[in-house]
Design a protein around this ligand. Structure first.
Ligand SMILES: Cc1cc2nc3c(=O)[nH]c(=O)nc-3n(C[C@H](O)[C@H](O)[C@H](O)COP(=O)(O)O)c2cc1C
Length: 183
């Protein structure tokens, strides 16, 4: 089975429940999953672009994991994409290094799932919220796999629910790896 790279971007993992639980679970599977924590690697926000590009080149299956903040990514992940998905590397006439790689998003969401359904109070589905991510992947020729989401993180999800989501997350990663291997 090919290994999966998870790029984790949480600005405050010490107070996190969901992403921290997922982090702990992912660390139990080092043969299958490489965890790369942006806020830990770059506390000064000075991203080593060459290092990040080399890391991405080693994997065909890449997951961006983050808590949904203002219907978007935490800011260091945005900076990472701005700098790492560079012209001549990720796009442009000679930029094809992400072409054909499989990407997806794993996100924790504060609000309940029902509010993200069509007609729900949020007024946008998660698929719609993830449109910039989808457009970016299309731009660099990568292939998008379905996202993984945990809803209701702001509404006292039980330890059992959070723990089960971590187990489900690893299963989701394995299923994605199987898709990648089938090509
Ligand atoms: C700055 C900020 C912005 C947030 N924006 C949203 C949002 O747009 N939609 C939503 O459903 N939840 C939102 N939330 C709730 C977070 O998604 C939730 O706290 C997070 O997913 C919980 O994950 P964690 O336990 O790993 O921190 C926001 C939280 C913060 C702190």
């Amino acid at each position: 089975m090919s290994k999966t790279l998870v790029i984790l971007a949480h600005p405050n993992l010490e107070v996190s429940r969901v992403n921290r639980c997922w982090q702990q679970e992912l660390l139990q599977h080092p043969q299958e999953i490489t965890l790369h924590e942006l806020y830990k690697e770059y506390p000064d926000w000075q991203i080593d672009v060459a290092r990040e590009q080399q890391l991405l080149e080693q994997y065909d299956h890449i997951i961006l994991q983050f808590p949904l903040y203002w219907y978007s990514y935490p800011p260091l992940l945005k900076k990472w994409m701005d700098e790492v998905f560079a012209y001549g590397w990720a796009y442009g006439s000679t930029g094809d290094r992400l072409k054909g790689k499989y990407f997806s998003v794993a996100l924790s969401i504060g609000n309940h799932e029902v509010n993200y359904l069509p007609g729900g109070s949020v007024q946008f589905t998660v698929e719609q919220v993830l449109a910039p991510f989808k457009a970016s992947l299309h731009h660099v020729g990568a292939i998008e796999l379905p996202h993984f989401a945990f809803f209701g993180a702001s509404f006292q999800a039980t330890d059992e629910q959070v723990g089960q989501s971590a187990v489900d997350y690893v299963e989701y990663i394995r299923n994605g790896s199987a898709v990648v291997e089938q090509g």
